[in-house]
Design a protein around this ligand. Structure first.
Ligand SMILES: [Zn+2]
Length: 372
């Protein structure tokens, strides 16, 4: 019987940390921090972990990887792009712990055959499919709308953990891009997470006639596209009236935090989740920032599509508030598994649980071991 334990990630926007026990292995899927500053998974009772899978290099999926020694220094599996991006977020793993997965196709995780595919959400972002015990699919964050990042449809799986970040929202990115362009005034900064959104935004805004300025990270992510766009490394290089797309690493001293402190009083537009207590929330409260939607997560129609193509019997909605998804809960009622415990049934021997699973609680912790 496969057992899923959500140490964090259910019931709202919270760091990802799901333990899947399948085929005799205990695999932790993601180990994030935030998006609320300082919000970390409570791993009490997690016990031994055989492997960690990192879906993509965003803070809320990898930010607590510094807890790796506490978990017994297990092997970590992710795409090469994800591993390479960890230092941008101030995170480090010893090379011998890192096992690179391809972006798509067959692979091995420990000794288990698995499938991976591109998630359309971030560069290097992948979903993970384990065919054992009726099939389990962890989508991480995903999107079918990026103009830059491909999405590979996943195979069938009895248990599917999906990304409910937008609840019932069904508006298309194709509608949001012109609305964002209309909202932009000279002297605006658009902070974006690393690994895709900034480059996609630069391409779409340029197609709408704007000429944004980009930071070096977004310039690299454009991979040679839009070579005429200026790039700025410091606030002093920016000109009055610039529209700046800047990667926000949420680290002190990065370009976004320096632009916030810059005396010229830049305006900001945030296009993602704004966490309480964050710098973004402070800027909005101070009247210096506003919000516009920009899809990097699935719409309601995408959730329905995922349920259909996977044939899921248990669909676990992660990273989103259930109050924002009443229509999806209704449409997917036979397979919707948002609750604390989904006991196994005869037709589907999969068990989902949230936090402090009693079996996990009886496991002993591995001794801490050396490493960063
Ligand atoms: Zn993400």
């Amino acid at each position: 019987m496969a057992v899923l334990t959500a140490f964090s990630g259910l019931g709202g926007k919270s760091p990802a940390a799901f333990l899947l026990e399948i085929a005799g292995r205990r695999i932790l899927m993601d180990l994030g921090e935030g998006p609320t500053p300082g919000q970390r998974p409570d791993l009490d009772g997690i016990g031994r972990v055989d492997a960690i899978f990192l879906s993509h290099a965003h803070i809320d999926h990898v930010g607590a990887i510094d807890l790796w020694p506490r978990l017994g220094c297990p092997s970590v599996f992710a795409s090469r792009t994800t591993f390479d991006a960890l230092p941008l977020l101030g995170l480090h793993l010893p090379p011998e712990a890192c096992h690179a997965l391809p972006l798509q196709g067959s692979a091995q995780l420990l000794s288990l055959p698995v499938l991976v595919g591109r998630s359309g959400h971030a560069m290097g972002g992948i979903w993970l499919h384990l065919p054992q015990e009726g099939g389990a699919l962890y989508m991480g964050d995903w999107s079918r709308e990026s103009g830059l990042l491909p999405f590979d449809p996943p195979p069938r799986a009895g248990l599917v953990i999906t990304d409910l970040s937008y609840g019932d929202r069904d508006q298309a990115l194709a509608e949001q891009a012109p609305a964002l362009a209309d909202s932009i005034v000279p002297g605006t900064v658009l902070p974006v997470p690393i690994l895709g959104r900034g480059a996609d935004m630069a391409l779409r805004l340029s197609a709408l006639g704007l000429s944004p300025v980009v930071c070096p990270q977004v310039r690299a992510e454009l991979q040679g596209a839009l070579p005429d766009l200026r790039s700025v490394t410091t606030p002093s290089e920016a000109r009055d009236g610039d529209v700046i797309i800047a990667a926000d690493t949420e680290r002190p001293g990065d370009l976004v935090s320096r632009l916030i402190a810059d005396a010229r009083g830049w305006r900001f537009i945030f296009t993602g989740h704004v966490a309480p207590g964050s710098a973004a929330a402070g800027l909005i409260a101070a009247g210096r920032a506003s919000r516009n939607p920009w899809n990097v997560h699935p719409r309601a129609r995408d959730q329905i599509w995922l349920a259909e193509i996977t044939g899921a019997r248990h669909l676990v909605p992660a990273f989103g508030a259930l109050d924002d998804a009443p229509e999806l809960a209704l449409a997917l009622a036979p397979i919707w598994r948002p609750d604390r415990i989904c006991p196994p049934t005869e037709e589907s021997p999969i068990h989902a649980d949230q936090g402090n699973h009693p079996r996990a609680g009886r496991e002993r912790h591995h001794d801490p071991c050396p490493g960063p």
